[in-house]
Design a protein around this ligand. Structure first.
Ligand code: ATP
Length: 625
């Protein structure tokens, strides 16, 4: 073949290899993937009638993907070890070339379809598919020619061997995952029989509801193994806590638990954070720096927000997970790693794979054992024990006596908690800082709940619900609705108070000392523009919202005439002032995400830089926990 011709052929082959590797990483369905690989071979390189056979446990080759053959027809075709040309490839582990099939006595023509070739000659090239040195299948293609065998079979064999290697890796990955799944299912079945409720908090995890008890049983089951665990659940449901619990119950508990928030770092930083860098790798790299993979050696690496890493970085991570080794940025030495991986995400990874945003092969790698954390609204039994746990924790951290009224607990029980356990924890902490006598009462929750409920408010607004209909659930009046005789109770109902901005409460000295930082001033903030609707406001309370104010409001004074003096803020309908809308949403998002700007940005569909700018613009003090 002339030089130019060979050059263009190898370029085409390279392109096809690129296509094939993309196809293999793009779908969760192995058969479908293999059919597409064969289609690409036929389309790009005129390699027709492609066939992929895989070896079963009985050492029989079965056809799993074929060009131009129905699934039913393909399912019938099999070769035993040594049978026909295909069986020989399995037996010898060597490629085979048949220049003219019509003259080959070994050819069994089991798949048929070559009868209408007339004057053309069909040749066959077949190569073994190997995984970790073992033959797991056979890939064959036909070359059809008008002029007899063309004699390019050497390059065909080389090229098909590369394709077969890629297929081998994919098959191995699918089989490993399937095996681990089967193992876990057997284990789950066995352990379910022994499942007993877990009464006391384990590793600080409070759990009394049946679904959290099941989660903890799962934690017990997976902890002893090295299997990768994927923890899924909404923001604030306790994914990191569960990851730590798995580590603490594992044989690796005395080695480090290292966490990386993948969403918080741009790709270049993430790479050097995870893999480390060598001195001089980039401007500012003044000395060698160990990455988190190295720091977690012998222990557990927790990759939080794994769904947020870029496609480019997904490929890098996949390589490390497959090969268990990596190089530091700017370094050439290969470093071996021994970490147990736990990943977490609140994204729908299957959807991301479907949209091509998350690699299917990485998905398989990390989705070995999955633990789903239910949102707090689906495990209301946990609200009381969690609230008491946070009260006790605050009291202990600050060296003070603190209790919570039963009525306050009732209020908490009726909220929807879109920010989950983190929102509940923040709410209790804010209320605790306002308690002057060591008792958390319904009233002291009000300011906290303004913020908590703002998230619900935003959800309803984005759904286009009637703002008036929300008011009883959200407004401070709702929280201020307390029994007669109490400050702010029905006796004062006709003149409800606007919740005054509470004075900054100095943080108790103990807390600051415990954190090793100077004391901060906790400034509870009522939500700007959050005002109560007038009595009889339009729109029914939403039945999905169990917040306290679903009960009817006490009678209200009629709305003032336009000529009258402006009413107190609490008397005005619950419309969001135009200028305050972004501020409200910001507060909501920051509260919901535990004041992590990157997460809040994602929730709002903004960039982190935009959120940071908006926080400054609205003069919102950033809380640090
Ligand atoms: N079952 C629980 N018992 C006690 N505390 C809990 C529980 N679940 C969550 N928490 C507390 O709630 C807060 C949020 O939990 P965590 O950070 O683990 O959530 P997450 O799901 O990882 O959130 P994100 O997705 O936003 O990273 C933490 O302070 C954690 O200690």
């Amino acid at each position: 073949m002339p030089g130019a011709m060979r050059q263009s052929t190898s370029n085409l082959e390279l392109l096809t290899i690129y296509e094939v590797s993309k196809i293999l990483g793009s779908s969760l369905d192995l058969q479908q993937t293999l059919r597409e690989v064969l289609r690409a071979l036929a389309y790009q390189l005129q390699m027709h009638r492609g066939r992929v056979y895989l070896v079963g446990e009985d050492n029989v080759l079965r056809l799993v993907a074929a060009n131009g053959l129905s699934n039913e027809a393909a399912a019938q075709i099999e070769f035993r070890d040594g049978e026909g040309i295909t069986g020989r490839i399995l037996k010898t582990g060597m490629p085979a070339v048949v220049p003219n099939l019509a003259e080959e006595p070994l050819f069994l023509n089991r798949t048929g379809g070559r009868e209408d070739l007339d004057e053309q000659v069909a040749s066959l090239v077949g190569v073994p598919i190997k995984a970790a040195g073992v033959v797991v299948g056979v890939l064959t293609i036909d070359r059809i020619s008008d002029e007899g065998p063309q004699g390019h079979f050497g390059s065909d064999v080389r090229f098909l061997t590369m394709v077969a290697n890629l297929i081998g890796q994919t098959v191995r990955l699918h089989r490993t995952v399937a095996e681990e799944r089967r193992f876990m299912m057997r284990e789950t079945f066995r352990m379910q029989k022994e499942l007993r409720p877990v009464a006391a908090p384990i590793n600080d995890v409070v759990c009394t509801s049946p679904n959290m008890l099941e989660v903890m049983a799962q934690v017990h089951r997976v902890a002893p193994f090295k299997s990768t665990v994927l923890i899924r659940g909404e923001s604030g449901t306790g994914k990191e806590l569960i990851a730590r619990a798995i580590h603490n119950m594992s044989p690796r508990k005395d080695a480090p638990f290292i966490r990386v928030n993948c969403a918080a770092l741009p790709e270049s930083l993430l790479e050097s954070e995870l893999f480390g860098h060598e001195k001089g790798a980039f401007t500012g790299a003044q000395k060698d720096h160990k990455g988190r993979f190295e720091l977690a050696s012998g222990g557990t690496l927790f990759l939080d927000e794994i769904g947020d890493i870029s496609p480019n970085f997904q490929a890098k991570l996949l390589r490390v997970l497959q090969e268990q080794e990596f190089e530091r940025v700017g370094g050439s030495k290969t470093i071996k790693t021994d970490v147990r991986l736990i990943c977490a995400t609140n994204l729908n990874l299957e959807e991301a794979v479907g949209h091509g945003k998350f690699r299917a092969d990485l998905y398989f790698r990390i989705n070995v054992v999955t633990i789903h954390l239910p949102p707090l609204r689906e495990r209301r039994q946990d609200i009381g024990p969690l609230a008491r746990h946070f009260v006790a924790k605050f009291a202990k951290d600050n060296g003070m006596a603190l209790v919570m009224e039963d009525e306050a607990l009732e209020v908490l029980n009726r909220c929807t908690w879109p920010g989950n356990v983190r929102e509940l924890e923040n709410c209790i902490e804010r209320a605790a800082t306002q308690s002057r006598d060591g008792i958390i009462r319904t009233e002291s929750l009000s300011c906290s709940l303004n913020l908590c409920n703002s998230s619900v408010l935003f959800q309803y607004r984005t759904l286009g619900a009637s703002v008036g209909g929300l008011a009883p659930s959200m407004g401070p009046g709702a929280i201020n609705r307390v029994p007669p005789g109490r400050p702010g109770g029905p006796a004062a109902a006709n003149a409800p108070k606007t919740p005054a901005m509470p004075a900054p409460v100095p943080e108790p000295a103990g807390a600051a000392a415990a954190r090793g930082r100077p004391a901060r001033r906790v400034v509870p903030r009522p939500l700007a523009g959050l005002r109560r609707r007038p009595a009889g406001g339009s729109g029914p309370p939403d039945p999905a919202c169990p917040c306290p104010s679903r009960a009817p409001l006490p009678p209200q004074a009629p709305p003032p005439s336009p000529a009258a003096a402006p009413p107190p803020a609490a008397e005005v309908p619950l419309d969001e002032p135009e200028s305050g809308s972004l501020r409200d949403r910001l507060l909501w998002a920051m509260e919901r995400t535990g004041w992590v700007q990157a997460k809040a940005a994602r929730l709002l569909g903004m960039t982190t830089r935009q959120v940071s700018y908006a926080l400054r613009k609205y003069n919102i003090e950033i809380k640090r926990f």
